[in-house]
Structure formats: C-alpha cells, structure tokens
Write a protein that binds this ligand. Structure first.
Ligand SMILES: Cc1cc2nc3c(=O)[nH]c(=O)nc-3n(C[C@H](O)[C@H](O)[C@H](O)COP(=O)(O)OP(=O)(O)OC[C@H]3O[C@@H](n4cnc5c(N)ncnc54)[C@H](O)[C@@H]3O)c2cc1C
Length: 408
C-alpha cells in the first residue's frame, strides 16, 4: 500500500494553544495551508479561547461559549491534530520528538513553543492557604465564579489591569472587594498620578475599596487551612475569605529549560523567533526578545506573523517591538494610555465636572505619549500620531482629533 501523501509532509508540533499559538496557526495556514502536518498540544481542557475576555466572563457580562475562538471542528476541518489536557513534558532535541504527560511520543521537523506565562505568587507566611487564587485561565475563572457564590470579603492583590478587572468582576458578583496595590496610584505603569486618582475615585464610587502603597505581609487562615485575612506590612488586617493574586507574570520556560534551550527570563529568540535550536521557534509570553518579555496580545500577534512567515519559508520578515496601547475592560470606565508617559508632560486638559482628562507628552516636536480618561473617543487618532511631527498643529493638539481637517 502507498503511504498517504499527508504522511510525507514535514511535521509541525505546536506546544500551547493559547492566543499566540492559535494566531500562529491562523497566519501559517493563510500563507501555506498544506505545507505541514500539524499537531497541537494544550495543557488546558478547553479549545482555543480569547483569554482577554475572561474578565467580562468573571464579571458576568459574557458567557464561556462566546469567548471560544477555535473549537474542535476548526482543527478537524484543517486536519490539525489537537491534543487537549495533555501537556508536553519533555523535548528530545537530538532525535526531535516530544513526549506528553500521557506518554504520547510525537516526532517533529519543526517545533513551536507557545507556552505563555505563569502568574507570580507571593511566598509570604500563610501563602499556601486555600482560597488564595490566581486569574489566568478558564479554570481559574470558573473557580473564582464558584468561590464568589460563597465569599463575603475578597482581597485582590495588584492594581494593574488584571487586578482591577478581577476586583470589578468579583464586585459585580456581589462580593465586598478590597483592591490593594503597592504603587502610589493604580496602573502606575500606564497612567500618571492624576489619571490614576481619577480611576481610583471611579472604583470607589462603584463601591470597591482601594488601598494604595499597601504591601502584603502574610495571610491568616482558619483551622481548616482556609484563608481568613490578609495582613499588610503597616499592621492592617483585612478580612478575606477569597484572595486573588494579580502581581504579574513570568514567562513559562519550564519545558524549554529542561530541554537545554537558552533561557534568561524567557526563552531567548532572534528576530525570526527562532530559539538557539534552529528546529525550534517560540512565540508569545514565553519569549524573551532583545531583553524584553511580553504581557499584551498585540506584540504576540506580530510575533506569530513573523514566525509563520519563516515556517512557511517566506522568511523575509523580522520581529521589531512596537509599543502597544492599553485599555481597561471595566464597563463604564474609559481610559487609554499609549507611548512613553515618563517625565513631565507638555499639554494637559481636565474637565472635573464631566470627568474628562487628557494629557499629552511631547518629545521635541513629536508626540511621544498620551493618556485619555473619561472620553477615549480620540484614542485611535492619537495612537496614529505617536512618533509623528505635530508642530503644525501643536496649538490645537489637545482637541485635534475633533477637528475635521486634522482627523482626516
Ligand atoms: C484575565 C486576562 C485579561 C487580559 N486582558 C488583556 C487585554 O485586555 N489586552 C491585552 O493585550 N492582553 C490581555 N491579557 C494578556 C493576554 O491574554 C496574554 O498576553 C496572551 O494570552 C498571551 O498569549 P500566549 O499564547 O503567549 O499565552 P497563553 O494565552 O497563556 O497560552 C499559553 C498556553 O500554553 C499552555 N501550556 C503551557 N505549557 C504547556 C505544555 N508544556 N504543553 C502544552 N500546553 C502548555 C498553557 O496552558 C496555555 O493554555 C489578559 C490576560 C488575562 C489572564
């Protein structure tokens, strides 16, 4: 019997079916729908879903089916073998095969690591109590929703995007939430102090509690090992039967390190997303590219495009990092931040009654950073102007997005 043509194709194995892994598949299939036989391993049970939308799922604004982006039929229709709930546990680089937890041994010609990141966890006294959760995947989200049904007081640790969205989500589910943040203001990497204060006021008005410059010292638990309170370094005791840690992420390099791939904070790649092993690529939050690691989807999508072009052997692309804009997914709170907002800003407007705020940073004659709060209708206009010479309309720049001749 003749071997089927399918088995003559080179085999591509993708480890991780998250946002970078699924985007890579999309990009590759667009360029070269039939170059490879493809197997995808996922540690999660769920098929492809939009992780960004876990926040509205936690808040009850969306349901699980609405965030599925790639269901089992999508893979089947493209002849992709999808292995769910079975993480790859080792890579045998010399003989080029991977081994999964269930013992599957799958050879590859090309391997892509898209293993994402792990939430950071505190290691202070009491941190192993039950009821101390993270917010990273669908399983965490389900656990938080379940816990919200029997929790009265939650403490969310971390006033970045994830922490604020987790706090808002639990609050919408009727839990009394205190958000604690070690910075002097919320979102202190994306917002300046004034915009951060506007955000805190908005959250307070909604009924959340916010504590700034607050550092966790330890957790109290009851005789069953369930968390009962968070103790801060200033001695404050915050009662809590649920705690969410949202204190950042770390690239998941476990598999790559064990296989002897060169890693620092993340898996080191060159501008083509190739690791130190020419048969192995990496994309997404597991990557470290030119000393940088990642935490937003926009750069990962660009990486997926570049990596797919090289896998398709149309390798003219190079990955270059570009700053991406950030928005908070808390309905009723409009904020936008882009570019470099360090140092003194140049242009500023605030209408306290309407709650509208704009601040722009200039680098010589170029727009270098922008923060909008309350009204973000000009966000995409300002984003397009970043890095451009704006001297022609400096006088009107604060409202330039509303002037027809400049918005055009
Ligand atoms: C609640 C939430 C809200 C967010 N909101 C935003 C937002 O508004 N805007 C934005 O830009 N970004 C947002 N992000 C960040 C964004 O989701 C991530 O940047 C993106 O998902 C990272 O994609 P990734 O594919 O690298 O990692 P992931 O999406 O985490 O995918 C990695 C996958 O690999 C799997 N895996 C790991 N090891 C193995 C193994 N050995 N074998 C098999 N599978 C493995 C993991 O289980 C996971 O499923 C948010 C994140 C969260 C959690």
């Amino acid at each position: 019997m003749q071997p089927s043509r399918e088995h003559e194709k080179p085999h591509l194995v993708v480890v991780g079916n998250g946002m970078a892994g699924t985007r890579l598949l999309e990009e590759l299939l667009t360029l070269e729908p039939s170059r490879y036989r493809i197997t995808v391993f996922s540690a999660e049970q769920a098929p492809g879903y939009n992780r960004v939308l876990l926040s509205p799922v936690l808040g009850g604004e969306r349901d699980e089916p609405s965030i599925i982006t790639h269901d089992a039929e999508w893979y089947a229709a493209r002849g992709i073998q999808l292995v769910l709930g079975d993480p790859v546990v080792s890579i045998e680089r010399r003989q080029k095969y991977v081994v999964s937890r269930s013992g599957k041994r799958v050879p590859y010609h090309r391997l892509v690591l898209a293993t994402g990141a792990q939430p950071r966890r505190l290691s202070c006294a009491g941190a192993d109590a039950s009821g101390i959760a993270t917010f990273r995947d669908l399983r965490d989200t389900r656990d938080l929703i379940r816990a919200s049904e029997c929790s009265r007081n939650a403490v969310v640790i971390g006033g970045g995007f994830l922490g604020i969205e987790a706090a808002e989500g639990l609050h919408r589910r009727g839990v009394n939430v205190t958000l604690i943040h070690s910075g002097k203001w919320l979102l202190n990497r994306q917002l300046n102090a004034e915009a951060g204060a506007l955000l805190r006021d908005d959250l307070l008005r909604r009924g959340l509690h916010v504590r700034l410059s607050a550092r966790t010292a330890s957790f109290d638990s009851d005789h069953r090992g369930r968390v009962r309170a968070v103790r801060l370094k200033d001695g404050t005791r915050l009662p809590a039967d649920l705690v969410v840690q949202a204190i950042g992420i770390e690239p998941d390099t476990t598999l790559a390190r064990a296989a002897g791939l060169h890693c620092e904070q993340g898996i080191l790649t060159d501008d083509t997303l190739q690791t130190f092993d020419p048969a192995i690529y990496a994309v997404g939050e597991c990557v470290q590219h030119r000393r940088r690691t990642f935490g937003l989807v926009a750069p990962l999508y660009e990486q997926a495009k570049v990596c797919a072009a090289h896998l398709a052997e149309q390798g003219h692309r190079r990955y270059h990092y570009q700053d991406s804009a950030t928005r908070l997914k808390v309905s009723g709170v409009a904020m936008f931040s882009a570019g470099n907002i360090q140092g003194a800003s140049d242009l500023y407007w605030h209408d306290p009654q309407a709650g509208f705020y704009r601040r722009l940073w200039l680098d010589g004659t170029r727009l270098s950073g922008v923060v909008l709060y309350g009204d973000t209708s000009g966000a995409s206009w300002y984003e397009q102007q970043l890095g451009r010479d704006i001297s022609a309309w400096r006088d009107t720049l604060l409202f330039a997005d509303r002037l027809p001749e400049q918005a055009a």
